[in-house]
Design a protein around this ligand. Structure first.
Ligand code: UDP
Length: 453
């Protein structure tokens, strides 16, 4: 019988890209005959253009879009809340799309933020259910650990602001430095943690050398293995979009003119937004630093750091009158400002790129690692603060702003110089190069990874 998998991704490039790459991997290395990937999106043409080469033909792979219209007022709360709401709204359509598949899939995979889609497997009696974690094993550990505590203990721990001591992991400090969540997010995390315990396996976009201790803890029946209740985890990373050879783009043309490792790339993921004040400080910081830069700018948003993720109209704005007067003219020779979107993989892979100012979305981190680029960690929301802690404190491949609130121009300029010019930056470059090597080794081991599907 044909092995056919249906893979469902919640909205956002950070979920779509790794799930498509997982689909390809299942076809090329793990005996699948067919994989259908369903991408839930509010804007099909934008998703198609952003996916680029990910959409290219792979024998056996079919990509379908599930189009969703959501009135803005229906999306409230945190990013996690919004994604969960969207997935619940998309469920009837996902269900009918899966029902139409011939032959009916025997395996269903949903990404962690779109875990609602597993309801379809229950309804349609798809026997094997899996989750793809598109972020770190450490975040999975937090999710599963919280779900293993009784609610009273958990809420007491959270309100005491004591670090969460997850077996085999760095403690998670629920404060502004590492805080993965608001209380609202906690509820969503608990729901995800409970659902995970009912699946046949969990794929995680990570690899042994990157998160050795956390993965070790999952494999240890006395540690997180116990909280998982026998559900296996498979570190299948890195799952990242391949670089598109020969891609034409104004940024790549500009990078061609710049010296090796001389350019700072600044981008806050597929939907990160800064306040007006922060945008102004960043512009001045770039200028003061005297470093070359490519900056993907978005219109400011005062009260929502993920504003551009859900507000596509705003994302398409082309004006840059929110930048300081004369900024574009003064930096004309050293910098390039791109509106809303740029080919990040190709930029990070370019020899002229020397550092990456990033919001620390997990995909951005893996892309930076895979290309050996040190970072300036600038988390905005969700688990990005945990990720920022990991890159700066654990792996030592990034600097991170020290203060709370708006990061001032002097500090920004200083951080850029530390990474681009100082000994500290050279050390980071070495560290990230070592991680890059482990990423390549992990890819070479794909063949031998035994997934119980
Ligand atoms: N991305 C891109 N160009 C942009 C912004 C983002 O190609 O201008 C891609 C980026 O390479 C990554 C994904 O979008 O693959 C963003 O995922 P991540 O997990 O870093 O952040 P999220 O957008 O989910 O917050």
């Amino acid at each position: 019988m044909d092995l056919h998998g249906a893979l469902v991704s919640s909205p956002g490039m950070g979920h779509a890209v790794p799930i498509i790459e997982l689909g390809k991997r299942l076809l090329t290395h793990h005996g699948f005959d067919r994989v259908t990937v369903f991408l839930v999106t509010t804007d099909i043409s934008r998703s198609k253009s952003q996916l680029g080469l990910s959409m290219s033909e792979t024998p056996g792979l079919v990509i379908e879009f599930i189009s969703l219209e959501v009135p803005e007022q229906d999306l409230t709360g945190s990013v996690l809340n919004k994604l969960a709401t969207m997935m619940r709204m998309a469920l009837p359509e996902i269900r009918s799309a899966v029902m139409e598949l011939e032959p009916r899939p025997t395996v269903l995979v949903a990404d962690l933020m779109g875990i609602e889609a597993l309801a379809v497997a229950r309804d349609l009696e798809v026997t094997r259910k899996f989750v793809l974690v598109t972020t770190s094993a450490w975040f999975l550990a937090l999710t599963v650990y919280m779900a293993s505590l009784d609610k009273g203990t958990l809420y007491k721990l959270v309100s005491s602001r004591e670090p969460l001591l997850i077996p085999g992991c760095s403690p998670v400090q629920l404060d502004p430095v590492q805080d993965p969540s608001s209380i609202q997010d906690l509820t969503e995390c608990l729901r995800m943690g409970t659902e995970i315990l009912a699946v046949n396996g969990v794929f995680v976009n990570t690899w042994h050398e990157l998160e050795c201790e956390v993965i070790g803890s999952f494999l240890d029946p006395e540690k997180l293995g116990r909280a998982m209740g026998g559900v296996p985890i498979y570190p299948v990373g890195p799952l990242i979009r391949p670089v598109e050879p020969g891609l034409k783009h104004e940024v790549l043309d500009w990078l061609e003119q710049q010296p090796e490792e001389s350019v700072v790339f600044v981008s806050f993921g597929s939907g990160g937004s800064l306040t007006s004040d922060q945008t102004t400080e960043l512009a001045w910081g770039l200028e003061l630093s005297r470093q070359r830069f490519v900056w993907v700018v978005r219109p400011p948003a005062e009260d929502d750091p993920s504003a551009s993720m859900f507000n596509t109209t705003k994302n398409q704005a082309t004006k840059t009158d929110f930048l300081p007067d004369g900024f574009l003219e003064r930096t004309e020779k050293t910098g390039l400002v791109v509106r809303t979107w740029a080919p990040q993989e190709e930029i990070l892979a370019h020899r002229s790129t020397g550092a990456f100012v990033s919001h620390c979305g997990w995909n951005s981190i893996l892309e930076s690692v895979a290309n050996g680029v040190p970072m300036i960690a600038w988390p905005l929301h969700s688990e990005q603060k945990m990720n920022a802690w990991m890159v700066s404190e654990e792996w030592k491949i990034a600097v991170r702003a020290t203060g709370q609130g708006t990061v001032r121009r002097e500090e920004i300029a200083e951080m850029l110089r530390r990474v681009m010019e100082e000994e500290e930056g050279k050390e980071m470059r070495k560290n990230v190069q070592n991680l890059k090597n482990t990423a390549q080794e992990s890819l070479m081991r794909t063949e031998s990874k035994n997934l119980q599907i």
